[in-house]
Design a protein around this ligand. Sequence first.
Ligand code: HPA
Length: 277
Amino acid sequence: MQYRFDYEYFQKSADYIRSKVSRLPKTALILGSSLGPLAKTIKDPVVIDYKDIPNFLLSTVKSHAGKMIFGEIEGHYVLCMSGRFHSYEGYDFEQLVIPIRVMKLLGIERVILTNASGGVNKDYNVGDIMIIKDHIKLNGSSPLRGPNVEEFGPRFFDVTYMYTPALRQVARECGEGSGLTIQEGVYMFMPGPQFETPAEIRAIRTLGGDAVGMSTVTEALTAAHCGMDVLGLAVITNMAAGVLDRALTTEEVTDAANLVAERFSGYVAEIIKRIDK
Ligand code: HPA
């Protein structure tokens, strides 16, 4: 079978990016919905528009800038994706491997995945940060479906420690003095774009989910496949549907993200300082 996404496919994107920057980092950061303000803290940025990268994808969501930024956070040179891709935009799960595989070809060794999510665990509050210790994905296929690209990793692979324990440890330690409440829990992927129903949220809670969102897991799985370390940080921007007796709005997601933006930026910068060796 002729595979749409063979090794050369990703090399084309990576070659273009390499031609635009003079240095390549080891740490990458993907910013979730409404977490774009963190990108403003990047010093001496070199910005590449997704639309200019061959074989890349486009951000179609308003709260996602659609830019790849190379620059320094607290003196550490990083790659930052301001805006990510989701299956609800119409992308196939198989297409969602693209950003992480391109990063791998650029020499990225670890990735910090951030997202906005709904709090399912009733002990959580809006503004809390949940370090992702594991995930549940029952919707849709794996991003690794299709012919395996051996250059990236094996056909079958283990995901027991996908959310790298050592990075989670650093994230817990950096929580102290951050002014943020740090939780650690299970992220449940839901495909969206609608928020969940109250019945779905009750089911997710029964299944062991602590937070719910529409992203992150495809990136984590792709990173695990190609041997990258992963840290997932979910910003609880709202209590999930039915936890409170009222409807959810996108405004509350944005408002909550804005409220923690400065502390969250500081927290992520502190983590980068500690893990980017
Ligand atoms: N559900 C799914 N995705 C989300 C939510 C939510 O409640 N909040 C922010 N992203």
